[in-house]
Write a protein that binds this ligand. Structure first.
Ligand SMILES: O=C(O)CCC(=O)C(=O)O
Length: 430
């Protein structure tokens, strides 16, 4: 496989990446990187400019004069786009500059150095990508993924072994982003009428992980995928495009749209868990990373997730006979295990959690339908392990939560950095 290095770990394989191979474009692109099925981007011309994802001002959201209006904008962005950009986020630009230098230096290390961090058997953390089957298509990128919170769960051979200056810079970045992430989670919660206490019960000292990715230039970028289309399995993700080169693409209304980053903005997206908590009011949107013909691209994604002992499921207050539960409930631990047993694949993770409802009156299966569930049964949670739960209902109108949420703007929005929670976690890709 050209210069990418494959190691066999029992039944699992991991590939380090494409960086070295990409330095020899004359060798061509190996077949296992070629994606004939890659869907094309939206076509745009001067009369129909590219749609742009909403830009929100963090300061106005937190302490502006029109916070209700800003929160409504946030709600609409999460509902219609599942993505927004946040400016005025307060993260020190000097820290971001230092992060750029350190992350670039890290990816420039010789492959022998980076091999120290290679993903180990039965794990998903470290440098490289997990390969689960022989004919798996690979992404055109080198990546390093690790769990960073709770601190006691960090792998001893990953973060503590990174070059010291990178470690110090990352540690400062994690702290800054944790504050930002918790505040954003609080705001997203408020917009669906959760109070901060509920948000903290789920997310405070929750799982936090990061992926830094180096996408080398590719002679035929339209033939490969930098990162396979997927929705994030987590609460929210904050993406920083470290060297300013673009490549993020999102699927909206069935078409792929490239994201133009506002300078100095972070891109935030709603993950599957946030769509589930909001009972479908928010949308976890499929996205992918494209690569560039000439330029290298570097990004760092920070994933915010629930505590492992939390239960995932729609917020009870949002459920009623008129607005029944769209998703099953599940222990976070089971959800994580299930997620890691599979490769990234569009929105398949979220679809497994969805309760399938058939409109009995319009269904050919009506004659065979079991007795209609009562409203209570209908909105109840299921702890079943079945991947698909099917419910027959009579023309249920699924209304989004009130579009006039009661915004409790006085709620506390800071996070507590209590690292005492202990849980088992063996590999968190998001
Ligand atoms: O690099 C990007 O633009 C996307 C990164 C991403 O979606 C991820 O790491 O999950």
């Amino acid at each position: 496989m050209a210069s990418s290095q494959v190691n066999v770990f029992g039944n699992t394989y991991s590939v380090l990446g494409v960086m070295d191979m990409a330095k020899k474009p004359e060798m061509g692109i190996p077949d296992n990187y070629i994606r004939p099925e890659r869907e094309a981007l939206i076509r745009c011309d001067e009369s129909t400019p590219l749609p742009e994802i909403p830009i929100l001002d963090f300061k106005s959201l937190v302490c502006g004069n029109n916070r209700d209006t800003e929160l409504e904008k946030l709600y609409t962005a999460c509902k219609d786009w599942g993505f927004f950009q946040v400016v005025n986020h307060g993260v020190n630009p000097q820290l971001l500059e230092k992060l750029k230098v350190e992350v670039e230096k890290f990816f420039e290390l010789p492959i022998e150095e980076k091999k120290k961090y290679q993903i180990r058997p039965g794990d998903v953390q470290g440098y490289g990508s997990v390969i689960r089957c022989k004919d798996q298509k690979l992404d055109w990128g080198d990546r390093f993924y690790m769990l960073i919170n709770p601190i006691q769960r960090r792998k001893s051979y990953l973060f503590p072994e990174l070059p010291q200056s990178l470690r110090n810079t990352l540690e400062s970045y994690f702290t800054e982003l944790r504050k930002l992430g918790m505040t954003l989670l609080g705001l997203l919660g408020q917009a669906i009428s959760m109070d901060m206490k509920e948000v903290e019960e789920l997310f405070d000292d929750g799982m936090q992980s990061m992926r830094m990715t180096y996408y080398p230039p590719c002679p035929q970028p339209e033939q490969v995928e930098g990162l396979t289309p997927h929705s994030d399995a987590n609460g929210i993700t904050i993406l920083h495009q470290i060297n300013g080169v673009e490549g993020l693409e999102i699927k909206k209304g069935g078409v792929w749209i490239p994201v133009t980053f506002h300078p100095n903005a972070f891109v935030v997206n709603v993950g599957d868990i946030m769509e589930i908590l909001s009972n479908g009011a928010y949308t976890s949107v499929e996205h992918r990373a494209a690569v560039n013909k000439e330029k290298e691209r570097i990004s760092i994604a920070m994933f915010f997730n629930l505590k492992l002992e939390a239960e995932i499921g729609p917020v009870k207050r949002l459920i009623s006979p008129e607005n029944p539960s769209l998703f099953k409930s599940m222990q976070m631990e089971d959800y994580v295990k299930d997620f890691f047993s599979r490769n990234l694949n569009g929105k398949s993770n979220l679809e497994k959690m969805r309760i399938k409802r058939f409109d009995a009156r319009n269904s050919a299966a009506y004659a065979k339908a079991p007795p209609l569930p009562s409203a209570d049964e209908d909105s109840s949670d299921s702890s079943s392990d079945d991947s698909s739960e099917e419910i027959f209902v009579e023309s249920v109108a699924v209304a989004p939560p009130s579009s006039d949420p009661s915004f409790d703007l006085s709620a506390k929005t800071s996070s507590s950095e209590d690292d005492s929670t202990s849980y088992e976690q063996e590999g968190q890709a998001q």
